[in-house]
Design a protein around this ligand. Structure first.
Ligand SMILES: Cc1cn([C@H]2C[C@H](O)[C@@H](COP(=O)(O)OP(=O)(O)O[C@H]3O[C@H](C)C(=O)[C@H](O)[C@H]3O)O2)c(=O)[nH]c1=O
Length: 180
């Protein structure tokens, strides 16, 4: 398992060892022990899965404290452009984002710490997006950030994305009163 770090502190890409053979491939999708070796520690209490066809953008979302979630995200099928935005008020990289392509060939994953808004684009049809969370779903604590805020200048990799009504009206970074 190899780990890649970014200029935005806390975000970690994880590349598991994938064992390919004539039957296909195998890899360990989660190992608390191996993750902890990279400082990725969490009480992983909920797994989620979504399926999206090409052109869907989900996000940017977060849950407010005390229901804030760290996430460990990957794709089991298809390919996704994963985007995490630093919304930690005191962070030197506040408002900056990291984009990583997650695919079901390399089976790479991304650790999204508490204090980040998270979203992704499905780059292929039938993209199965799986993620572990360190807190349960708390709809009353849902927060969001606009996917197309010109200040964030996120390149989602698709034209005219399919976006939920909820995500069409998320606040911009300037409008956001970040709880982190
Ligand atoms: C997140 C969540 C949703 N739901 C229900 C609520 C809605 O009736 C339905 C769809 O929810 P939503 O439109 O918020 O789903 P996404 O747009 O995929 O949201 C997710 O997408 C971005 C990328 C994230 O990082 C978040 O984990 C999560 O917000 O599932 C649940 O029952 N439990 C849950 O944990």
């Amino acid at each position: 398992m190899e780990f890649t770090y970014f200029d935005v502190p806390g975000v970690v890409e994880i590349q598991p060892r994938v064992f390919g053979d004539a039957r296909g491939a195998f890899f360990e999708s989660f190992s608390a022990q191996k993750m902890e070796a990279a400082g990725i520690v969490g009480d992983w209490v909920q797994d989620n899965q979504s399926r999206s066809d090409r052109g869907v953008v989900r996000g940017l979302h977060f849950q407010k404290p005390p229901y804030a979630q760290a996430k460990l995200v990957r794709v089991a099928a298809g390919r996704a452009l994963d985007v995490v935005v630093d919304i930690r008020r005191d962070s030197p990289t506040y408002g900056q984002h990291v984009s990583v392509v997650l695919d079901s060939e390399r089976f790479n994953m991304l650790y999204v710490p508490v204090g980040f808004a998270h979203g992704f684009t499905a780059l292929e049809d039938n993209t199965l997006f799986l993620y572990k969370c360190t807190n349960y779903y708390a709809p009353q604590a849902e927060g969001g950030l606009s996917w197309n805020d010109p200040v964030l200048n996120i390149q989602w990799g698709v034209e005219n994305p399919t976006i939920s009504a909820k995500d069409q009206i998320q606040p911009t970074l300037a409008e956001l009163d970040s709880p982190f």
